[in-house]
Design a protein around this ligand. Structure first.
Ligand SMILES: *Cc1c(COP(=O)(O)O)cnc(C)c1O
Length: 380
């Protein structure tokens, strides 16, 4: 399978061939912890399922192909994948991260890894001068999300890859919000792409997982060693579910983006809404950069209603199709208040979000039903 094929084809076929023993078209769930050896050290590439499992191998190859990269590794969660990348950073080294990262990422950096001698600073990655000024001689890694969560800021991946490399650092992009169908950071110069496959890649809110993709063979070998040595690996059923979800990724991202664009335009015209943040709107400060590096603008919208935190709470509790829940990227629409929910771990920090900010994960229901639901929730 080569990268010349289109993403729609890769999503269905990359890493997956009919099972040679039975002809099963779909990759089986290899629900086994160990593999028989014909003689000591004589095996078919698998010894023990933490080290490797064929269902996981298929998923790793498929994700690498979708990101246009050579190597993929899968983990038990997005956080396990992030933790593993951060193990490339040695005590005393510095990580420059975006100032609007996933709450769990911030918590891992500040409350766990800082205790092991890693140093972190957080800057606005959409401001290239600030990034240049914040780099240090010991900066090992630049870490960013784009679009960010929950403020949907856009960072210029190609420009930041150049800046990071000139400073002797590597660039890691958490591509969870965009998915490889909308944006491929490796092709733009990033060294690592990280995913919470829990979100758009799995796509059905029924499995937790993570992944790291890279073209850097030395880093990949170290990450693969860590995957086995640390052991936060996904089980075969989780890999199967993620592979199944991936097959419709391109179709889903098209519809998520089309629905979100319509809803963003509806909200922008609504008198009960103060501000809409969606990279597909012309007035979004990152719209031009998003246009350059993304195919479409994704399914995530944030907005500020007119009113206070109580008003915002009332809106998210009143929608009927949009379910009040954390997470994102599934077929169903979700609504939440980041400040007390997904981003509670940054409360009181400089990354704290506006308590009235509402975040939508726009699903695949009919857009007219979604708009009617928001209309009634905003009207009351
Ligand atoms: C959810 C999420 C994570 C963490 O992934 P888990 O699978 O929940 O561990 C990391 N980054 C982003 C952008 C996320 O949305």
């Amino acid at each position: 399978m080569t990268n010349q094929l289109h993403l729609e084809t890769l999503a269905i076929h990359a890493g997956q061939t009919p099972d040679p023993t039975t002809g099963a078209v779909m990759t089986p769930i290899y629900q086994t912890s160990t593999f028989v050896q014909n003689g000591v050290g004589q095996h078919k590439g698998y010894e023990y399922a933490r080290t490797g499992n064929p269902t996981r191998t298929a998923l790793e190859a498929c994700l690498a192909a979708l990101e246009g990269a050579h190597y993929g590794l899968c983990f038990a969660s997005g956080m396990a994948a992030i933790d593993t990348v951060l193990r490339l950073v040695k005590p005393g080294q510095h990580v420059l991260a975006g100032n609007d990262v996933y709450g769990g990422t911030y918590r891992l950096f500040v409350r766990v890894l800082s205790e092991y001698g890693l140093h972190f600073d957080f800057v606005d990655m959409s401001d290239l001068d600030r990034v240049r000024a914040a780099l240090k001689p010991n900066t090992r890694l630049v870490w960013l999300e784009t679009p960010t969560n929950p403020l949907l800021q856009i960072a210029d991946i190609a420009a930041l890859a150049e800046i990071a490399h000139a400073a002797g650092a590597q660039l890691a992009v958490d591509n969870t919000f965009a998915s490889p169908y909308l944006q491929q950071p490796i092709g733009l110069g990033a060294d690592f792409v990280i995913h919470s496959t829990t979100k758009y890649l799995g796509g059905h809110s029924d499995v937790v997982g993570g992944a790291i993709v890279t073209n850097d063979i030395a880093a990949h070998e170290r990450l693969k060693f860590l995957q086995n040595a640390v052991g936060a690996v996904p089980g075969p059923l989780d890999c199967f579910l993620t592979l199944r979800g991936l097959k419709t990724l391109p179709l889903r991202m098209e519809r998520h983006s089309a629905n979100a664009q319509r809803i963003a335009e509806f909200l922008a015209d609504h008198p009960g809404v103060k501000q809409v943040v969606y990279p597909g709107l012309n007035d979004h400060p990152g719209h031009r950069v998003a246009q350059k590096q993304m195919r479409l603008y994704g399914g995530m919208i944030s907005f500020l209603p007119v009113g206070d935190a109580t008003t915002a709470k009332r809106i998210v509790e009143r929608t009927q199709i949009f379910a009040l829940a954390e997470s994102l990227g599934g077929v169903e629409s979700l609504i939440e208040l980041p400040a007390p929910m997904t981003h509670a771990s940054v409360a009181g920090s400089p990354l704290q979000v506006d308590p009235t900010l509402i975040r939508l994960s726009v699903g695949l229901e009919h857009v007219d039903d979604l708009i009617a639901d928001l209309q009634q929730a905003l009207a009351a």
